[in-house]
Design a binder for this molecule. Structure first.
Ligand SMILES: Nc1nc2c(c(=O)[nH]1)N[C@H]1C(S)=C(S)[C@@H](COP(=O)(O)OP(=O)(O)OC[C@H]3O[C@@H](n4cnc5c(=O)[nH]c(N)nc54)[C@H](O)[C@@H]3O)O[C@H]1N2
Ligand SMILES: Nc1nc2c(c(=O)[nH]1)N[C@H]1C(S)=C(S)[C@@H](COP(=O)(O)OP(=O)(O)OC[C@H]3O[C@@H](n4cnc5c(=O)[nH]c(N)nc54)[C@H](O)[C@@H]3O)O[C@H]1N2
Ligand code: SF4
Ligand SMILES: [Mo]
Length: 852
């Protein structure tokens, strides 16, 4: 095709139009033009290569392939070798090119020139070079070392690479000398781990044998759209619907609920009661799994409603404390009681319990954050998870699994020799997140004070403004992603020097002094990513698959190398010495000499045991060398071996599956001892209702609600969009255009969904602009009347409401006007204090809704 001036303008007009509309501040002009297929056929067939990489759009961390043409990514698909995603990515994988080529990406380092900080205040960023930027950062850091206060450096990571994180999160604080480093995990799903942790000794995310399960119970999660293995669930779900029973326990009509045999629209936060009532039916009707749990010595079922049972009458097999649990908690939790608490009809409770019992042990109770990420979530997580114990589905075919063993990876060399005395001293101080305080047991792994309390860091900074002089953060947006988000705005406004390492400017970036533009790691960075699903653990590569269009650098590797160089030039060489002396290319033995070499060498070192294996590894066909690994992109280990913990091998205090948690008891007693008090006192100050022995069994805790029902009549619930790449895809036109794929949602806007019965009472109709008010704040958005929530509950998807993410995400980026409202401005800053996790689910925040 010969390009005349006119055809050139027309052709570029289309793509420029697509870009422009992407930036146009979304006036009336529909961004839909970005979606109109081009009519002109390309003059020659497009050629390119499928390059292996890893998507980090959610926590599945799928092995994918990116189709690269002339250095540009054009399409994405699952890696055909993947036994976890079956060669498919979910809809969000397809957003990779749009997120990467977002015209609003940060293209060069920037420096703030306006000292005033706050929402809507223009930072007056000016472009600077990497050299200038890193000199400024290194100078600020050196001031701390020279003053003997390296602990005033605070580092927080949001999302990260599971291996390269060691080069930043792992070594920067350690060698520089600060104990003030925090992960985002406690705003993610940590409370969920308390369910399997305190019963089974497995504080981790579970895998499920969906290929063999006959009954799938999705409880507080919507795994067709979100959670940790979407492509696998999408692949296996239709067959389960056909051969068995699918049950959804969710206050809203989720994607799973819409396709399930049974939908239980539970009253938010009452999951412990529903679980108790189901357990009651399983026991009274003799439906528990005898092989796992055992039986009455005389074979006669003595579980009768309201009657205590003699512990000596029951012989347990793999479990511990069943009869204690019955006597302390379950005996009176009849279906009628369950209905009163959860609003699920008694008849449905019985029907569902029987279906679960009938399919057992091939029944999967797939528990998600909807159960656990609430102010008393540890106990709800235990109550729901314990059903898997009763059903005997633990570690069996068609059941609930722990992590499979993955391919071997090499750890990075030890850094201890590079930690000097100043660093040692700096690492010892009290953590800003308040973990281990009397009212914050944060008992991850049943060890008090061991869990991070991410969201409490803002409170720590506000309480002690001098504690953080230099703040560095990467891949994060806490001013948006944390409940009580305004506290982060306040805390960040007070930080004297803040460095943000991100590819897009977000709400948090608006408070930065230096902005370092990061690679978009799924396609532009180097790393080895590990995860599991469908019975396999795997390692998958991220490689610089595409040509970088802008002056960006990978935060965990390249930026660390360059920063280390600067620190060395200013008199502190330890970090650079560690990176440059300890790291060697496993193929050539050469030490890195540049930031990019360091990045690739780190990935090579991590994965060398896979591609340099002397003996064939268990799992996939052998990989022959680095080039072969780059080409194939992944390696899966052997399939999960069943019955891991059976035979007295669970990692609990009793080595058995604990219905009475000696593991929790040990941790709580240890924490109480530290404060010379009792577990009851700890539970009281931490906001739980249980006292005495019942605190050690899975049990129902009533909803802790912020805002009285009189003033704030609706329970507010939150969930993820099937298009959310965590909080990071909202600036893509496809996100906005396809938003209606979320049940009840509307494209290009943000809606709160209310039952029509409530709408009629309040005189509200679909399309009204409304204000949603809680004790924490007010946001506004559009109202949608929808039967997918029961009267008294309102639901709103998380993700919209950005005031600073870019010109598509915000309604008016320049004026800091959000598209809709951020749920975290109304959700109250509260915690499941036994785990330290932030509450976001379970309707713990009451709201009132008025016409704006
Ligand atoms: N109300 C409510 N709040 C929630 C949730 C919810 O469901 N509801 N979900 C919670 C959960 S589970 C999580 S995990 C957290 C996540 O919250 P955070 O940990 O804060 O992370 P995100 O908001 O996903 O990350 C946004 C930032 O990542 C940057 N970014 C995007 N891609 C890359 C990359 O490749 N490299 C780097 N360096 N940066 C990148 C963007 O520029 C942006 O600044 O949010 C939590 N907050
Ligand atoms: N599409 C998509 N998938 C993702 C992510 C993403 O951003 N987008 N992020 C990834 C990350 S970081 C994480 S941590 C995982 C976790 O992701 P999810 O499993 O999706 O967890 P949440 O977003 O917390 O979802 C809460 C679910 O519980 C329901 N719910 C709310 N309150 C209650 C209640 O009181 N009881 C019950 N039974 N249910 C309730 C909500 O309607 C929703 O379906 O997802 C990962 N997968
Ligand atoms: S968003 Fe998650 S499930 Fe979807 S392709 Fe990426 S990693 Fe896989
Ligand atoms: Mo998360």
């Amino acid at each position: 095709m010969r390009l005349t001036r006119r055809t050139f303008i027309m052709a570029s007009g289309i793509s420029a139009g697509a870009l422009m509309t992407g930036c146009a501040g979304m006036a009336q002009a529909p961004l839909h033009s970005a979606l109109i297929p081009r009519k002109a056929k390309p003059s020659s067939p497009a050629t390119g290569d499928w390059v292996a990489s890893t998507c980090q759009g959610c926590t599945q961390w799928c092995a994918v392939q990116i189709y690269v043409q002339n250095g540009r990514a054009t399409r994405v698909r699952g890696n055909p070798l993947s036994k976890t995603n079956h060669g498919y990515c979910c809809p969000r994988g397809h957003l990779i090119p749009q997120q990467m080529y977002d015209p609003d990406r940060i293209k060069v380092p920037m420096k703030r020139t306006n000292p005033a900080k706050g929402r809507g205040i223009d930072p007056k960023f000016v472009p600077i070079t990497w050299d200038e930027a890193l000199n400024i950062v290194a100078d600020k850091m050196m001031e701390l070392r020279k003053a003997g206060e390296p602990e005033k450096l605070v580092y927080m990571r949001g999302r990260y690479s599971p291996t390269s994180t060691d080069l930043l999160y792992g070594t920067l604080p350690k060698i520089f000398g600060t104990g003030q480093y925090f992960s985002h995990s406690a705003i993610c799903a940590e409370a969920e781990k308390m369910g399997p942790g305190l019963t089974q000794g497995f504080f981790g995310y579970r895998d499920y044998d969906l290929s063999k399960a006959d009954c799938l119970v999705c409880w507080g999660t919507d795994p067709l759209a979100s959670n940790r293995m979407v492509p696998n669930v999408m692949n296996q779900f239709p067959a389960i619907v056909k051969r068995g029973t699918v049950i959804a326990v969710d206050p809203r009509l989720s994607n799973v609920a819409a396709k399930a045999h049974e939908w239980l629209p539970i009253s938010p936060g009452t999951d412990g009661a529903l679980a108790g009532a189901i357990a009651h039916v399983l026991l009274t009707e003799g439906l528990w799994n005898k092989e796992f749990v055992g039986d009455f010595k005389d074979g006669k079922n003595q579980f009768v409603a309201g009657k205590a049972v003699d512990e000596a009458a029951f012989a347990e097999k793999e479990t511990f404390g069943l009869v204690k649990w019955w006597n302390l908690e379950l005996k009176d939790q009849t279906p009628a009681w369950g209905e009163k608490e959860s609003l699920i009809p008694a008849a449905q409770i019985v029907r569902v319990a029987r279906a679960m019992g009938k399919a057992a042990p091939k029944t999967v109770v797939y528990m998600g954050p909807g159960v656990a990420m609430t102010p008393r979530g540890t106990y709800a997580a235990m109550a729901v998870y314990a059903l898997n114990g009763l059903l005997g589905s633990i570690d069996v075919e068609g059941g609930v699994w722990q992590s499979p063993s993955g391919p071997p990876l090499a750890a990075f060399p030890k850094a201890d020799a590079y930690v000097d005395d100043i660093a040692k001293k700096g690492s010892t101080g009290k953590k800003l997140d308040g973990r281990g305080a009397k009212d914050m047991p944060a008992m991850m792994n049943a060890r008090p004070g061991s869990g991070v309390v991410t969201n409490n860091v803002a409170n720590g900074m506000l309480k002690d403004p001098g504690a953080c002089k230099v703040f560095i953060s990467s891949w994060s947006n806490f001013a948006f992603s944390c409940t009580g988000a305004d506290r982060w705005e306040k805390a960040l406004a007070k930080v004297p020097f803040f460095v943000h390492m991100v590819p897009n400017a977000s709400e948090m970036t608006m408070f930065a002094d230096i902005v370092l533009p990061s690679t978009f790691n799924s396609a532009e960075g180097w790393s080895i990513v590990t995860n599991m699903g469908n019975g396999y653990a795997y390692a998958s590569i991220q490689q610089g698959a595409v040509k970088r269009l802008w002056d960006v650098k990978q935060e965990e590797t390249e930026v660390m190398w360059l920063l280390a160089e600067k620190l060395k030039a200013k008199g502190f060489a330890n970090l650079f010495d560690y990176y440059s002396k300890e790291f060697k290319d496993p193929e050539t033995g050469k030490a890195p000499t540049t930031a990019l070499e360091f990045s690739e060498i780190a990935a090579k070192m991590t994965s060398a045991p896979i591609w340099k294996a002397k003996e064939p590894l268990k799992g996939d066909a052998p990989i022959n060398g680095w080039a072969d690994f780059r080409k194939k992109g992944m390696f899966s280990g052997p399939k999960y071996t069943l019955k891991k913990g059976w035979g007295g091998k669970f990692a609990t205090v009793t080595k058995r599956f604990e219905f009475y948690s000696e593991t929790l008891k040990k941790g709580l007693l240890e924490h109480a001892k530290k404060y010379e008090t009792t577990p009851d006192d700890i539970l009281a100050v931490s906001g739980y209702v249980a006292r005495g022995e019942v605190a050690f069994v899975p049990h129902y805790e009533t909803v802790k609600r912020h805002g009285s029902v009189g003033d704030y009549p609706f329970a507010f619930i939150d969930y993820k969009s099937r298009l959310n790449r965590e909080g990071r895809s909202q600036n893509t036109p496809w996100y906005q255009e396809f938003k209606k794929v979320d049940p009840g949602d509307v494209s290009w806007t943000d809606v709160v969904k209310m039952n029509p019965v409530d709408g009629a009472k309040l005189g509200l109709k679909s399309g009204d602009t409304v204000k949603i008010t809680s004790v924490s704040g007010t946001i506004s958005c559009e109202l949608k009347l929808w039967e997918g929530v029961r009267p008294g509950t309102v639901a709103k998807c998380y993700g919209q409401g950005h005031w600073a993410y870019g010109r598509v995400a915000a309604k008016d980026f320049a004026k800091a006007i959000p598209r809709g409202g951020n749920n975290n401005e109304i959700l109250v800053d509260d915690y499941d204090r036994l785990s330290g996790a932030t509450a976001r689910n379970g309707g713990f925040t009451g709201v009132r809704i008025q016409k704006a």
